[in-house]
Design a protein around this ligand. Structure first.
Ligand SMILES: NC(=O)c1ccc[n+]([C@@H]2O[C@H](COP(=O)([O-])OP(=O)(O)OC[C@H]3O[C@@H](n4cnc5c(N)ncnc54)[C@H](O)[C@@H]3O)[C@@H](O)[C@H]2O)c1
Length: 260
């Protein structure tokens, strides 16, 4: 997919790997100057080192001082900020338990990044966009923010919160020319989820196969397929879309694949 992002400056959080890196790479390939930000500066820096139009920054989305500094640095370097992608996220693997057993510290850890982090970065990034009277904010939510699964209470709550936060930001920022949308990915194959999905023999694990059997397209998505959706929402042509949640899930949330 090709769109014209020439002259635009984009900040992607959690861009060192996975979906965030794919989005940052796609923006770069379509003409934007792109800030690859992450907790992991070394890996973000090696992703950004491939282009003069890319900059790597350490940015912990849960740390207000780091956010202020990062936005100041971007404005100092590029003079503007046109696109923010709130992609950084965490989930739990070791604590997949019912709510009565769910550790409070794990709830706090996930909410702090997946929901509060979106609020913290967006509030600061929105200021130059309001001054410019233009901008795009794209939140990477999840299908689990629309249709929950069991045993991941903070993740499903955070992503559902992100969906409604997207809509309320769209209401508040629309009059300033700032469009706010979300993407709700289904199961996406990244270096991180690969270990979760595949057994040693290279086949999907039983649990993954069960999950995929609920997806009409019967396969996980790729980070590039999420990046194409982000490009669409960032494109100048998408100028009348705000407050929308775009599912990119192989049909997961379209309905039941079972017959009764
Ligand atoms: N992979 C999937 O199947 C899938 C499905 C639905 C939604 N998502 C969402 O997409 C986003 C990216 O997922 P992914 O699979 O690429 O994840 P990933 O774990 O591969 O990458 C996440 C990145 O975020 C960074 N990060 C973590 N905490 C951070 C913080 N406090 N500040 C800044 N950066 C931080 C990590 O260092 C990492 O580089 C997440 O929000 C995730 O919830 C992913």
């Amino acid at each position: 997919m090709h769109v014209n992002l020439n002259g635009k400056v984009a900040l992607v959080t959690g861009a060192a790997r996975g979906i965030g890196q794919a989005i940052a790479d796609a923006f770069l390939a379509n003409g934007a100057r792109v800030v690859y930000s992450d907790l992991d500066l070394a890996t973000a820096a090696s992703a950004a080192a491939r282009s003069d139009n890319a900059l790597a920054l350490r940015l912990d989305v849960s740390a207000p001082t780091e956010i202020d500094q990062a936005i100041d640095q971007i404005l100092h370097r590029f003079g503007r900020l046109d696109i923010l992608v709130n992609n950084a996220g965490v989930n739990t693997l070791e604590h997949r338990v019912n709510i009565d057993q769910f550790p409070v510290a794990e709830w706090d850890r996930i909410l702090k990044v997946d929901l509060t982090g979106v609020f913290l970065v967006s509030r600061v990034a929105a200021r130059p966009m309001i001054r410019q009277q233009s901008g795009r904010i794209i939140n990477i939510a999840s299908v689990l923010g629309l249709v929950p699964m069991r045993l991941q209470s903070p993740f499903v709550a955070a992503k559902a919160g992100m969906v409604n936060l997207t809509r309320s930001m769209a209401l508040e920022l629309g009059p300033h020319g700032v469009l706010v949308n979300a993407i709700a990915p289904g199961s996406i194959l990244t270096a991180g989820t690969e270990k979760l999905f595949y057994g040693a023999e290279g086949k999907f694990k039983e649990r993954t196969a069960a999950l995929l059997s609920h997806i009409p397209l019967a396969r996980p998505g790729t980070p590039a397929e999420i990046a194409h959706a982000a490009l669409f929402l960032a494109a100048p042509e998408s100028s009348y879309i705000t407050g929308h949640v775009l599912t990119v899930d192989g049909g997961w949330t379209a309905g039941y694949t079972r017959d009764f």
